[in-house]
Design a protein around this ligand. Structure first.
Ligand code: PLP
Length: 456
């Protein structure tokens, strides 16, 4: 029998065909809007990723509130995708929308600080334990800025990333470690003229000897990493890996940048605060302003002093870091409301409890059905992996993902009013995700799996 992750390929194909036909029949208005959009948008959508859901045409939404979505055909959904993290705290959290409404009448963008600035600085320091901060428009921007500062501070040209990482639209990070041990530009990149391997080292996550070997040359300004890889399925750090990474970066005077854009799901201070890891730079984007476009990066007092030194010593002219709209008063108002009133310990207590609830249920299901899959979780964020053992590297994780099966499960769930993330079947819990909806997601997932297994 031709199987994918332990399931008959033919059965997966049949289920996907049936569910796709159902999707087609249920969404005439989405189909009509997609047709109209195709006349003026690339791929029919204002951001070409929006057509990456493996659906015949994108679902068009009428409204999103809390974890409730309503599409233009009047169907209702519970959202476990949450904008692939931007809406981690639910769509339009009331404290954030009130703050935005208040600020909207008092100026949208000014390129000057207002009354919220000092308060937000204090809140960021209190949440994440780093004393100095800057605001960017997106996590991609923040990562690019941090790489530039790290190079300027250390005077070193290179950075190190982990194979299969994703840190946003950050050219320096778009490399891959090939099987022959060579670092090359990632396949699929468009319009990239530079050989990115000149200044980017790339090793496997959890491979400390490889990190050590790369840093020994003293050319690496910073390691840019997520504490848990969340963009190649999910890869947890092996016990002791992150502490060893911290030690080896310190020893080689390489800065450690932790990108907590997704792992903010761990708690109000992110994964690093929970794990007592002390990065030099910390980046958080997406959900940090409750879904309003904004990102922040923090750094130590020592780095602040070194940055000031760099700025004082440089010739006059543009630093090349920063964008006009960053830290606009709307973003600052949203940041303040989110940090003060939304990202509370109580909110995270509920999010983590919901994550654990689904994890326990799915693990029991996989065991009962004898499926060689695994469940990984970082706080409120959870993924099903398609190998018996949990992966140790991005490559292992990605290699285990079977074709068609994630798409089939996703479409099955969507047709039953449950939305999970398209890119890697991620499930995220918000402070307003009801336990009953978590149970409904589990039941539908279980029914889908039982249907596939029963077929086999
Ligand atoms: C870990 C991580 N960092 C940064 C980014 C970039 O975020 P944005 O697309 O909001 O710039 C992403 C996006 O998925 C991400 O997963």
């Amino acid at each position: 029998m031709d199987t994918l992750a332990g399931i008959d390929r033919q059965r997966i194909t049949s289920l996907l065909e049936r569910e796709t036909a159902e999707y087609l029949a249920r969404h005439p208005r989405s189909r009509e809007l997609a047709g109209r959009g195709a006349r003026h948008w690339l791929g029919g959508v204002p951001l070409h990723w929006m057509s990456d859901w493996s659906l015949p045409f994108p679902l068009h939404l009428a409204a999103a509130s809390g974890v409730a979505l309503e599409d233009v055909d009047g169907h209702r959904y519970t959202d476990f995708c949450l904008g692939d993290t931007g809406a981690m705290f639910g769509h339009s959290p009331p404290p954030v929308t009130s703050a935005l409404a208040r600020q909207a009448r008092r100026g949208l963008t000014t390129m000057l600080p207002g009354e919220d600035a000092a308060v937000v600085g204090e809140l960021l320091a209190r949440h994440f334990g780093l004393p100095f901060w800057q605001v960017a428009q997106t996590a991609s921007d923040a990562n690019r800025a941090v790489i530039r500062w790290a190079r300027a501070i250390t005077g070193r040209p290179a950075i190190l990333v982990f194979d299969q990482c994703y840190h946003g639209m950050v050219d320096d990070a778009f490399v891959r470690l090939d099987r022959d041990g060579q670092v090359r530009n990632r396949p699929g990149l468009v319009g990239q003229a530079a050989d990115l391997s000149r200044h980017t080292r790339c090793v496997d996550f959890n491979d400390l000897p490889a990190v050590e070997a790369a840093l020994r040359t003293r050319e690496v300004a910073c390691v840019l990493a997520e504490p848990v890889m969340t963009n190649a399925g999910m890869v947890l750090p092996a016990p002791g890996f992150l502490d060893a990474l911290r030690e080896v970066t310190r020893r080689h005077k390489t800065l450690l940048v932790m990108d907590e854009t997704h792992t903010l799901s761990s708690g109000p201070g992110g994964y690093c605060r929970t794990a007592r890891l002390e990065p030099d730079f910390l980046v958080v984007g997406k959900a940090i302003a409750g879904g309003f476009p904004c990102a922040v990066y923090g750094f130590t007092a020592e780095l602040e002093e070194r940055i000031r030194g760099v700025m004082a010593a440089k010739p006059p002219g543009h630093s090349g870091i920063g964008t006009t709209l960053s830290a606009n008063p709307m973003a600052m108002a949203a940041l303040r409301a989110c940090l003060e009133l939304v990202m509370t310990p109580a909110a995270f207590q509920h999010m983590l409890a919901m994550g654990e609830r689904l994890e326990d249920a799915l693990e029991s299901l996989l065991e009962a059905e004898g499926l060689p899959w695994n469940v990984q979780r970082v706080g409120a964020r959870l993924e099903v992996g398609y190998s018996r053992l949990q992966p140790r590297s991005g490559r292992e994780s990605v290699a285990a993902v079977p074709p068609l099966l994630p798409e089939a499960i996703r479409c099955y769930l969507l047709n039953r009013g449950l939305v999970i993330t398209p890119f890697h079947n991620m499930v995220l819990m918000s402070p307003v995700t009801p336990a009953a909806e978590v149970d409904r997601l589990y039941s539908a997932w279980a029914e889908c799996i039982r249907e596939l297994v029963a077929f086999a």
